[in-house]
Design a protein around this ligand. Structure first.
Ligand SMILES: Cc1cc2nc3c(=O)[nH]c(=O)nc-3n(C[C@H](O)[C@H](O)[C@H](O)COP(=O)(O)O)c2cc1C
Length: 179
């Protein structure tokens, strides 16, 4: 699979087969995703793999949008993606490096998430990044420490659907030049 085939072919998958995701395969995918770039190579992204009864409890933390609860109930595994706070975008003395404040930690998490989803796709797995969930309830349920921030949930499993790509904007909408 070429990089282009991987980037263009990946879709958000919301329906999965019953086939479990092996821990060995997940570990390979996280190892691949660890090569994502990050602020000063701070590597702040963490992956919590949630399965079984804990996943059922996680799926219930979707009062904000029950659609994501249905996706999680259907998926064999959900990744809770967190970042270690206070490193990406920060100087050693704790001050911000730029005017974007702590925004770089979300940037790093986004870069790592895409790397994770592409690495999973290359291994035949489907993923969907989910931003709608009851954050406080999940932080408590999973015992996410104060030093970390929950950034997103990613459902993972073998696809039971092959959706068309949602329409993309044209290059002329996306790209401009300046001289
Ligand atoms: C930050 C972010 C949050 C998202 N949140 C959700 C979500 O809560 N539920 C969902 O079903 N899809 C969610 N998505 C998936 C997008 O809807 C999807 O990426 C987009 O429609 C393009 O489709 P594609 O991923 O198949 O190319 C999210 C994607 C991103 C990047």
């Amino acid at each position: 699979m070429t990089a282009k085939e991987c980037i263009v072919g990946r879709r958000s998958i919301r329906r999965f087969t019953d086939q479990p995701v092996s821990h060995e395969l997940l570990e390979q995918i996280v190892e691949t995703a660890s090569y994502a770039p990050s602020w000063k190579n701070t590597q702040i992204t963490r992956y919590i793999a949630v399965e079984g009864e804990m996943k059922e409890k996680l799926a219930a933390c979707t009062k904000i949008w029950a659609g994501n609860g249905a996706i999680m109930n259907n998926a064999p595994m959900v990744i809770a993606l967190t970042v270690v706070k206070g490193r990406s975008g920060y100087e050693r003395d704790g001050s911000f490096s730029t005017g974007k404040g702590d925004g770089w930690q979300m940037f790093d998490a986004g870069v790592a998430s895409e790397a994770f989803c592409l690495a999973a796709f290359e291994q035949g797995l489907g993923t969907v990044i989910m931003g709608l969930y009851d954050e406080e309830d999940i932080v408590e349920l999973l015992g996410i420490p104060n030093e970390q921030e929950l950034v997103a949930l990613i459902a993972v499993g073998y696809p039971d659907q092959s959706p068309e790509a949602p329409k993309r904007k044209s290059v002329s909408d996306l790209l401009s030049y300046q001289k």
